[in-house]
Design a protein around this ligand. Structure first.
Ligand SMILES: [Zn+2]
Length: 430
């Protein structure tokens, strides 16, 4: 199978309102960010199904799925070799929690240390294809680091808005090093996103690259393709991931649905259509948990935003979830769930994963682990359901981005000072 021509490919994708299904020309994106009729988020759909899609053997990382991504010309790809992250079988942690088959998809090994790179390579490539010279985002940290890197690679202007004093040190250092123009907003992430959106709606020369941008979702959905490939053509039973603005759970679910429709058939020479896609479980921090609360109350058509979100897991310190509608669909349609964990449970989960498996993830990424520890302790119905199943936690960011989260919680006995001789050390170790 060969790659589809540019002209043919343009005909295969459509920009559409997620809610009222009004259709738009895909290359018009950026002149508006929401449905012109009802104001809801836009999504990209592939027309004509997924039969006979070629998966490239020459391209690397997420771009081997080029046929499934709405970029017309491969010459516009701006890539730092994102994707292809390891799926680690966690035997030690699994044994400790009584889970038969536990995996971590370690997204912290992407080029800038988070899953955002999957979406940003597509977002910036599309920005290049559409002729943009400037990009902007609001960020809790990872998005700004990622956008700044890809904008640098594309030699495009990069403007980032961050909530003042609420960004992990490593992420801020990345954005500075990559040369972004950084503006600290004296408010929270939701305020920063509102300001960035207002500017980009008026200025059609600057593309907004937050997760409401459907091209980002098209890149992020590839995590699901990889998980299935790494499991040897098998759908996992359950996928657990952190939820902030909920772009990632939306994207991962879209990926699994596309596989069910045949997206990877050419790869396995078999039809995965009869396989049930995984249940999607979203985990939030207790101080910023509008999705978990909506799920608990059985709500699907609205959420109650948290006006002053607060969690030390800064990557998910978001009170007004942008992709709330899409993420609740992912959760309900997959028969999944949403829950919240405390900051204490998050930090404890972070250390547990690191000390049992050698995987150092940032606090937000430890929410799935904290959730598993919690349900294992409670011996909840959920625990009984998944203990013999294939469970994949998507750990979204690298622990090195936020070293303070560990350093400020260090046990006094873990770092000791000793005199300059081996006898003293021998005594302590005995
Ligand atoms: Zn609409």
């Amino acid at each position: 199978m060969s790659l589809t021509s540019e002209v043919q490919k343009r005909k295969q994708f459509l920009l559409r309102c997620y809610f009222c299904k009004t259709e738009y020309e895909i290359d018009e994106y950026g002149k508006f960010y929401h449905c012109q009729k009802c104001g809801n988020l836009l999504e990209i759909v592939r027309l004509g199904g997924f039969r006979d899609v070629a998966i490239s053997k020459e391209m690397q990382g997420i771009w081997k799925y080029f046929e499934l991504i709405p970029l017309w010309n491969s010459a516009n790809i701006v890539s730092l070799s994102e994707g292809g992250t390891p799926l680690v079988r966690c035997r030690n942690l699994g044994r400790q929690l009584g889970l038969e088959s536990l995996y971590v998809k370690f997204e912290g090994l992407n080029p800038t240390g988070s899953f955002k790179d999957r979406g940003m390579t597509v977002g910036i490539s599309k920005a290049k294809e559409l002729g943009y010279k400037a990009s902007m985002c609001a960020s809790t940290g990872n998005t700004s680091a990622s956008l700044a890197a890809y904008a640098a690679s594309a030699q495009m202007r990069c403007i980032v808005l961050v909530p003042k004093g609420k960004i992990a040190m490593g992420k801020m250092a990345q954005a500075i090093a990559f040369g972004a123009e950084i503006f600290q907003v004296d408010g929270n992430f939701d305020d920063a996103l509102r300001i960035a959106s207002e500017i980009c709606e008026k200025d059609d020369k600057t593309l907004l690259l937050n997760s409401l941008n459907p091209f980002r979702i098209e890149g992020q959905k590839t995590v699901s393709f990889e998980i299935i490939e790494q499991l040897g053509g098998v759908m996992p039973d359950c996928v657990i991931l952190p939820v902030g603005n909920a772009g990632n759970i939306t994207a991962a679910w879209k990926g699994f649905l596309e596989v069910k429709q045949g997206a990877l058939n050419s790869l396995f020479g078999t039809n995965l259509a009869h396989k049930t896609p995984p249940r999607m479980i979203g985990v939030q921090a207790g101080g910023a948990a509008p999705i978990a609360k909506a799920f608990k109350n059985g709500m699907r058509d609205s959420i109650e935003p948290v006006l002053s979100p607060h969690t030390q897991a800064s990557a998910i310190n978001i009170g007004s979830t942008v992709s709330w509608m899409k993420s609740l669909s992912a959760i309900y349609d997959s028969g999944g769930a949403a829950d919240a964990v405390s900051d204490e449970e998050i930090f404890s989960g972070q250390r547990l994963l690191a000390s049992t498996e050698g995987l150092f993830v940032e606090p937000a990424s430890a929410t799935p682990i904290a959730f598993l520890v919690k349900i294992a302790k409670e011996k909840s119905k959920e625990y009984t359901r998944i203990r013999d199943q294939t469970v994949v936690c998507i750990c979204t960011g690298n622990g090195l981005k936020d070293p303070n989260s560990v350093l400020k919680n260090v046990r006094p006995d873990q770092i000791q000072t000793i005199p300059v001789d081996s006898i003293s050390l021998e005594k302590v170790l005995a």
